[in-house]
Design a binder for this molecule. Structure first.
Ligand code: SAH
Length: 457
C-alpha cells in the first residue's frame, strides 16, 4: 500500500534527526516517512529543503541547525566535504563509537530478532588518525601537470591531495613525490575517457611494524619512459622503500590492478607482523589496512574460540590465512578455505614463513568445500567465519548446523547480514552469547563485529 509522501520537493521543513544511515547521512522522520540529509547528526534539529522525493523516502539539504548535537565538531580534514572517503568527521570520535554501537544493537534486534545479548562498547583506537597502511591513488592531468588524489564525489574528476589524515604519513609523502618524479620525466596520466596515456594509479603500502614500504605503479602500457631515472629517484625518497613494482592494466575498467606484475627494483614482497605472525605482502595480496585494530579483532576471535590445543578448527573465508594462523597457535589443526587462488598461495606461504605445520588451505567456495570436507569426515570443533559484506551462504549455514561445532566465532563487516545469519544459526541450535564491535575504520561508517555462538545442549 503506497501512501502519498508527506513532503514536497523544494519545500522547507523543520525536522528532528534520530539516526544515521549506513553512509553517514542524518535520518529525520515526517509522519514516519524518512528523510535523508547529509551532514546532520542524531539528536539535532534543523531546517531542510527537500531535494528529491522517492516512493518510500526523500532526500533533503540542511539549511540551518536549530539544535546541535554535543558530538558535533569541526572536521579535522580540509577536504572532508569534497572527498567522501570519510563520512563521520563532523562527529567526535566518542560520538562515532556510540553511534556504531547503537547501529549494531538496533540491527541485531530488527533483522535478527536478537534482543538480550550483550553488545559490548565498540573497541576504538587511542589515536584514530593515520591508521591506513595502504594508499591507492588515481592519477590524472591538469594544466599540463599530474594530479594524484581522489575522485570528487559523484564524478570521475581527480582532485589533487597533499595529505589524507587517515593515511600513514609516509604513504602520503611517497605518493606526492612519485607523482612529481613521474611528471618530471614526462610520464602521462591515464585518460579514462580516451583510454590513452599511461600512469593510472600510484599505490603505496607500508608495514607499520617492520617499517618496509612498497610502491606500485599501475600503468596502461608495458613501457615506462625514462624508467631508469624514475626508479633511481624513487629509491631516494626513503630508505624504507624495499620494493618498486609495476602492474600493467590495459583494460577499460574500474578495477585498479591488471594481471601482469613485474618487479622494477628490490623485492617482490614486503613484510609486516600482526601480533607474533609475520606476513609476506606482494603487490596484489590482500592485507588488512588497519593492522593495529586487526590485532584487536583477531585477539577477540581467538579468545572466543577458547582453544586448548585439541580442537579442529575451520576458518571459512580465510583470505591470506590471517585468522587461520592466529588460531593455529592454539589449535590442533586449522582448515582454511577461500575463493581467491592467489590469497590461498599467500596463506600457504605465510604458514611456511611462520613454521606452522598444522594448517591446510583449500581454494573454493566455502559453501561447497566445507560440505565436501564434512562428507569426507573433516569436521570442526570450532568454526570461524569471516564472510564478505553479503554474509554467509545458506548452504554453509546449513552445514554448520549439521556439523554441530561447540562454538562458532562469526567475524563480520556488515551488521545487517550478521543479524540475518545469527537468526538462522539460532534457529538451528546455536545461541548467541555476546557481540564485540571493533572500530577498524575510524571516521567512516564501517563497523566490524566479532560474535560468539555456542551450541544449545
Ligand atoms: N579472514 C580474512 C579475509 C576476510 S574478507 C582476513 O581477515 O583477512 C572475506 C574473504 O572471503 C575474501 O578474501 C573473499 O575473497 C572471500 N570470499 C568471498 N566469497 C567467498 C566464498 N563463497 N567462499 C570462500 N571465500 C569467499
Amino acid at each position: 500500500m503506497s501512501k502519498q509522501a508527506p513532503v514536497v520537493k523544494n519545500e522547507t521543513y523543520l525536522v528532528s534527526f534520530e539516526d544515521l544511515t549506513h553512509d553517514g547521512a542524518g535520518v529525520a522522520k515526517v509522519e514516519g516517512y524518512p528523510i535523508f540529509v547529509k551532514g546532520a547528526l542524531p539528536g539535532e534539529e534543523g531546517e531542510v529543503k527537500i531535494t528529491k522525493v522517492n516512493k518510500g523516502y526523500a532526500f533533503g539539504r540542511l539549511l540551518n541547525l536549530k539544535n546541535e548535537s554535543p558530538f558535533r565538531i569541526e572536521p579535522n580534514c580540509p577536504i572532508y566535504a569534497k572527498c567522501g572517503g570519510c563520512q563521520l568527521q563532523h562527529m567526535s570520535y566518542e560520538g562515532q563509537l556510540e553511534a556504531k554501537h547503537k547501529q549494531v544493537v538496533e540491527v541485531l534486534a530488527r533483522i535478527g530478532g536478537i534482543h538480550n545479548v550483550p553488545v559490548h562498547p565498540v573497541l576504538g583506537m587511542d589515536e584514530p588518525w593515520r591508521y591506513r597502511n595502504k594508499a591507492q591513488v588515481p592519477v590524472g592531468e591538469r594544466e599540463g601537470g599530474l594530479v594524484a588524489g581522489f575522485y570528487q564525489q559523484r564524478s570521475h574528476d581527480i582532485i589533487d591531495m597533499e595529505q589524507c589524515l587517515i593515511q600513514e604519513s609516509i604513504n602520503d609523502d611517497i605518493v606526492q613525490q612519485v607523482k612529481k618524479i613521474c611528471e618530471k620525466h614526462g610520464v602521462r596520466a591515464y585518460n579514462e575517457e580516451r583510454h590513452s596515456g599511461n600512469l593510472r594509479h600510484i599505490m603505496a603500502r607500508y608495514g607499520q611494524i617492520t617499517g618496509e614500504a612498497m610502491i606500485v605503479l599501475v600503468t596502461r602500457e608495458e613501457s615506462l619512459p625514462n624508467q631508469k631515472q624514475i626508479i633511481e629517484e624513487i629509491c631516494n625518497i626513503s630508505p624504507k622503500i624495499m620494493s618498486i613494482v609495476q602492474n600493467v592494466n590495459n583494460k577499460r575498467t574500474n578495477v585498479i590492478m591488471g594481471d601482469k606484475t613485474k618487479v622494477l627494483w628490490g623485492e617482490e614482497y614486503i613484510y609486516d607482523n600482526i601480533g607474533d605472525i609475520k606476513f609476506a605482502i606482494s603487490a596484489r595480496s590482500f592485507y588488512q589496512v588497519n593492522p593495529k585494530q586487526t590485532k584487536v579483532l583477531y585477539d577477540k576471535a581467538l579468545e572466543y574460540a577458547d582453544l586448548n590445543g585439541t580442537e579442529n578448527v575451520i576458518d571459512a573465508y580465510c583470505g591470506i590465512g590471517t585468522i587461520s594462523l592466529f588460531l593455529a597457535q592454539r589449535a590442533k589443526h586449522v582448515y582454511g578455505v577461500e575463493i581467491v587462488p592467489e590469497a590461498i598461495s599467500d596463506a600457504k606461504r605465510n604458514a611456511k614463513l611462520n613454521g606452522f605445520e598444522n594448517v591446510d588451505f583449500a581454494v573454493g567456495e566455502a559453501e561447497k568445500v566445507i560440505p565436501w570436507w564434512y562428507s569426507t569426515g573433516i569436521s570442526a570443533d570450532v568454526m570461524v567465519v569471516d564472510p564478505p559484506r553479503k554474509g554467509c551462504d545458506e548452504a554453509l549455514l546449513q552445514t554448520i548446523i549439521d556439523m554441530k561445532p561447540k562454538r562458532v566465532v562469526y567475524v563480520s563487516c556488515n551488521p545487517a547480514t550478521l543479524a540475518r545469519d545469527l537468526k538462522v544459526l539460532e534457529a538451528g541450535g546455536f545461541k548467541t552469547v555476546e557481540v564485540q564491535p571493533v572500530d577498524m575504520f575510524p571516521h567512516t561508517t564501517h563497523v566490524e563485529c566479532c560474535s560468539l555462538l555456542v551450541r544449545k545442549n
